[in-house]
Write a protein that binds this ligand. Structure first.
Ligand code: ATP
Length: 388
């Protein structure tokens, strides 16, 4: 081969190599593009995966555990009931009444333990409330009646046996707001060293929808765990109103909650040292069923304080105040007709605020005057009385 021929052959080979190189470069470019595309895909899927893993779950209560690994769940909030399959492991673990977390397709993700339970939030438990009878003014007669109905059976049950009568099962305190009903219940708990367990009827139906009946059951269980105990159900009208004609699911729920309460009270004799007190501002709305013997069979009306009561309440709420002079509570009581205990307490706080505003540490009669004028003004303009 001549040198020229060799050169041509080499040139040809070089061009072939350049062409292959170009080809490979294009392929590499395409592969890189594909790689970027796939990487984006992976990122997207990872994000989706995270979102799926962290997406919110719904809370439901197990209504029934059937054979064949099927359970009936009731979703909280909308009360929707669904039949869903669960894994064999979960099926063994689940019991009716358990609270579970479910996803969008109603698959049970996990069983919630007691700590995440609503019962802790719905009930307020106080070992020994700080209120005593001496803190309550103007309702001596009611204090006496509550002591007879609640304190005596707790502290001296033998007395009832000897006389041969059943102590009252439940005490219902009724009367206008802020007249000391809650205080009364707390004071009995204090006096008898009983645990005070409070539950608000309105919360049961507004906040813990779908759980009312279960929470009522829990309430009594909790009381048994803490004997002696006083169960206090505030705003009982929210769960024990006269039956209405409408048949919405909300009403059915309220009915179930009330039925549970009635059945707990009916099975009450077997219980030990537990007393039950309820309170309402709407006595007229109550369903007669809860007032039958063996249920709330002791009714105590807690009225707005009269002149003497108002004087006493003013004295109580100024006990800890630094008064500059003897304030004429009698005169103040005269001018606060229609005030509840809570409003009188607010009047005293308001008087204290006037003294502070003036840079004084002593409260004078003029501060009470100013507070009264302010409250009168607010009442006439419809602005609510300030509570501190
Ligand atoms: P509601 O029906 O609104 O729940 P209630 O009747 O349970 O009201 P309490 O919660 O007992 O009223 O009272 C609210 C506050 O008002 C008390 O913390 C207390 O300071 C004051 N108060 C009410 N009544 C009296 C009273 N008779 N003696 C002294 N203080 C009172």
């Amino acid at each position: 081969m001549t040198p020229d021929e060799r050169l041509d052959a080499l040139r040809e080979h070089f061009e072939e190599i350049v062409a292959v190189h170009d080809e490979l470069a294009t392929q590499l470019e395409a592969a890189r593009e594909r790689q970027d595309e796939l990487r984006e895909n992976v990122d997207g899927l990872q994000r989706e995966n995270e979102a799926l893993k962290t997406s919110s779950l719904y809370i439901a209560t197990v209504e029934e555990v059937g054979d064949d690994e099927e359970v009936v769940l009731k979703q909280h909030g909308n009360n929707q009931e669904v039949l869903t399959d669960v894994s064999p492991r979960l099926a063994d673990e689940l019991e009716a009444g358990d609270r579970v977390a479910i996803n969008d397709s109603f698959a049970v993700q996990r069983v919630l333990d007691d700590e995440t339970d609503a019962r802790a939030q719905a009930m307020q438990v106080t070992k020994k409330p700080a209120v005593t009878y001496a803190d309550i003014g103007g309702i001596d007669q009611q204090v006496r009646e509550v002591r007879e109905a609640v304190e005596d059976p707790l502290s001296n049950p033998g007395q009832f046996e000897q006389v041969g009568i059943e102590p009252p099962t439940g005490v219902l305190l009724h009367g206008p707001p802020g007249t000391g009903k809650t205080m009364l219940a707390k004071a009995v708990a204090n006096e008898t060293d009983a645990t005070f367990i409070k539950m608000a009827g309105s919360e049961l139906v507004q906040k813990f929808i779908g759980e009312g009946a279960r929470l009522v059951r829990d309430l009594f269980e909790l009381a048994e765990e803490h004997e002696p105990a006083i169960i206090f159900i505030d705003e009982i009208d929210a769960i024990a109103s006269k039956r209405t004609e409408s048949k919405t699911s909300g009403d059915a729920e309220v009915q179930r909650t009330m039925m549970q309460l009635l059945s707990e009270m009916d099975g009450f004799e077997e219980r030990g040292d537990i007393s039950i007190i309820a309170a309402t501002n709407r006595f007229d709305m109550l369903d007669g069923a809860i007032l039958r013997p063996g249920r709330f069979d002791r009714l105590i009306e807690v009225p707005e304080p009269d002149h003497e009561g108002r004087t006493r309440i003013l004295e109580i709420h100024t006990r800890g105040m630094n008064l500059a002079e003897a304030v004429a509570f009698d005169d103040l009581a005269e001018r606060t007709e229609g005030f509840s205990g809570a409003e009188l307490e607010s009047l005293c706080t308001e008087a204290g605020m006037f003294a502070i505003r003036e840079g004084r540490t002593e409260v004078r009669t003029e501060d009470f005057e100013a507070a009264l004028a302010k409250i009168d003004r607010e009442e006439s303009t419809g602005t609510p009385v300030a509570f501190y």
